[in-house]
Every structure is written in C-alpha cells, then in structure tokens.
Design a binder for this molecule. Structure first.
Ligand SMILES: Nc1ncnc2c1ncn2[C@@H]1O[C@H](COP(=O)(O)OP(=O)(O)OP(=O)(O)O)[C@@H](O)[C@H]1O
Length: 215
C-alpha cells in the first residue's frame, strides 16, 4: 500500500505542528522518519494510521481515502505501549479474532509469532506485568500477526536490548520482504535507520527537509 500526503496542516491549540505540501510513502519499502524531538513525527504517524482525523489536507492509500477495508489492512505500534490486561497470547490473538480468523488458525499464527520473536515463554504472562522491552516485543507481535499491508512503527526498539533488537529488526525486514508490506518506522537511531530503511524522510519543525548524503 502506498500513502500520498498532500497539503497537510495539523494544529494543536493554534500552533502549526505539521505543514507538509507533498510526501509519498512508497509501496513495499521501509521508510524511516527521523528528526529532532517535538518535530511532529509521531503526530504524522498517528494521522497516517487514521488515529487522528483532526487535520487539513488529504491522505490517500493506494489512491483512496481511508475506509474500513484500508483501516483493517494497517496497524500502528505506538511509542507508549497499550496492551490489554490479558495474557500475552490473548493480546497477540486479538487482531485475528476481530478479523474473523478461525480458532485453529489463530493458534498457529500466534504461536508462530511467539516463536519468531523469541517470546514463547511469555505466552501466559499477564501483559500488564511485562517489562517495557517485553511489552514492545509483544506489541510488535500483535502488529505482525495479521500481516498488515501497512505497518507503522513509532520507535519500536527504544527499550530493547541488543539481541532482541536484532530479532525485531529481522522480523520487520522479513515482513517487508515476504509480504511486500509497506513499513514506516520512526527512529532516533541513525544506525538503525541505515540498517533497515530504503528511504529516509527528515522532519523538522513540522516540515519535510532534505536528507542528502544520509546513506
Ligand atoms: N496532544 C497534544 N496536545 C498538544 N500538543 C501536542 C500534543 N501532542 C503533541 N503535541 C506537540 O506537537 C509537537 C509534535 O509532537 P510529536 O510528538 O509529533 O513530535 P515527535 O517528533 O514525535 O517527538 P519525539 O521525537 O520527542 O517523540 C510537539 O511540539 C508537541 O509538544
């Protein structure tokens, strides 16, 4: 899925926090969004995710305005993780449940995700008892489990140790390659951006800037 952003303006209490004339997120690649604190990166990702409709301008997904079908084909992993007060298994199973996937197929998919993200031992643990890093891994699992066409990630490895970062990055890239999925990732880690991303968008004071010579 590609995303075309045109004439986007977003205000918080009369303050213009996003002002983007034209930005295209290309289909089937990993796009990194980088820039200083408070630049508007999370605000932009939330708008793309359809979580915030209070803006001026247009966002088109494969040329269409947001609708229920498009909404079901994408997901966002927030910077501030919000999991249900249920088991890790139930949290990861949820997106499949609401999409009408059968019970046996849900089990297959959830167990596969638990294995590939190396969190099988957390399966029965209550999500509100997880550490920050464990929660981030479960959140990525909950996002990957239904093979979203558009995966939006807001600093997904900010609390993650080196080995788990390798595992998470591997699965983000696998998802992109195997499913030809579009991935957008906000990161403050330039090395991570270089490792993962095919393109970089630099955001500063709500505007898209130049990134010549990044790679
Ligand atoms: N709910 C809100 N109400 C008012 N202002 C907000 C709100 N959310 C964000 N802002 C402001 O909008 C601007 C952009 O914030 P945003 O979180 O998008 O930045 P960011 O680039 O993601 O920053 P960081 O790198 O620190 O996560 C900031 O000035 C922030 O203070």
């Amino acid at each position: 899925m590609d995303v075309q952003i045109s004439n986007l303006k977003k205000y918080y209490n009369d303050k213009l926090v996003l002002d983007i004339d034209n930005l295209k997120i290309k289909k089937g690649i990993i796009t990194g969004i980088v820039g200083p604190n408070g630049a508007g990166k999370s605000t932009l990702l939330n708008i793309i995710a359809g979580m915030d409709s209070d803006f001026e301008g247009t966002i088109l997904y494969d040329g269409k305005s947001i609708n229920k079908k498009i909404y079901k084909e994408m997901t966002i992993v927030f910077q501030k993780i919000s999991l249900f007060r249920r088991s890790v298994y139930e949290n990861i199973e949820y997106p499949l449940k609401i999409r009408g996937v059968s019970k046996w197929e849900r089990r297959l998919k959830v167990e596969n995700i638990l294995k590939i993200l190396d969190i099988f031992d957390l399966k029965d643990k209550k999500a509100h008892l997880l550490s920050g890093g464990e929660s981030q891994k479960v959140s990525l699992g909950r996002a990957l489990v239904f093979n979203p066409k558009l995966l939006l990630l807001d600093e997904p490895t900010s609390n993650i140790d080196v080995n788990s970062t390798i595992v998470m990055e591997r699965e983000i890239v696998n998802h992109n390659k195997i499913n030809n999925a579009t991935v957008v990732i906000i990161t403050h880690d330039f090395k991570q951006a270089k490792r993962l991303c095919d393109e970089i968008v630099w955001i500063e004071r709500g505007k898209v800037g130049k990134v010549d010579g990044f790679f």
